[in-house]
Design a protein around this ligand. Sequence first.
Ligand code: IPE
Ligand code: IPE
Ligand code: MG
Length: 254
Amino acid sequence: MTSTAREAQTAPSTSSQPLSLRRLPVHVAIIMDGNGRWAQARGLPRLAGHRAGTENLRHIIDASLDFGIKYLTVYAFSTENWARPKDEVEGLMNILEEVIDMEVPRLHEKGVRVRHIGALEGLRPELQRKIRESEALTRENQRMVLGVAFNYGGRAEIVHAVRRILAEGLRPEEVDEARFAQYLYTAGMPDPDLVIRTSGEQRISNFLLWQAAYAEWYFTPVYWPDFDREELRKALEEYSRRERRFGRVPNPKP
Ligand code: IPE
Ligand code: IPE
Ligand code: MG
């Protein structure tokens, strides 16, 4: 056996090859949870956990690109997270601002389109400006869409959509599911096929309430900063084994 052939056979599973699974989700959404507990377990402040989680997100974006995921949406800050201590909230705002400065040029080079999923109102003006600029810069990119759910709440999103529909004066018969979805922050994106939640919690926490109606869910006890490429691979493998039915009977007899 040539060394190349041997390498190919024993290639570590950390390779950056696209996954050849029976079925790959088009849209993966992740509730990145467990940063605080990750930090606590190490005797570190919570913000150190958020920094580690942010670092991890870089790797998961790269892994998603390698695996051929077309849409990745990550839950970074919920409308409920405003209720956290002031310094934690401020720290999370600073982290987002830094991430935009440091990472967006890199993401742009890789062909990633960045979309903000959530409300701009309520964020400080400088952050709003940076978010708008990153969206504008990456608008034409085709390789992957990265949805960043920041200041996002599923209920607020639905109310926001209803308000816009009313303001535009749509007639009741003009509103159907497809039309309604155009008023959500995710307009134009396919629904998530797979939603992953790390850290052992098994709840939706106001994430993509409308869009996740038929998503497959994957829960893992792993804290977000430790959820690496291999953990993502496991989630995708599990997804490829699921049978999605959408309310139908599988393989009905003719
Ligand atoms: C998720 O980690 C990140 C955000 C909600 C911003 P947490 O901060 O919720 O971590 P735990 O759940 O307290 O461990
Ligand atoms: C959900 O996590 C929000 C994000 C990951 C950004 P939380 O940690 O805020 O959710 P709960 O409070 O445990 O439901
Ligand atoms: Mg949490």
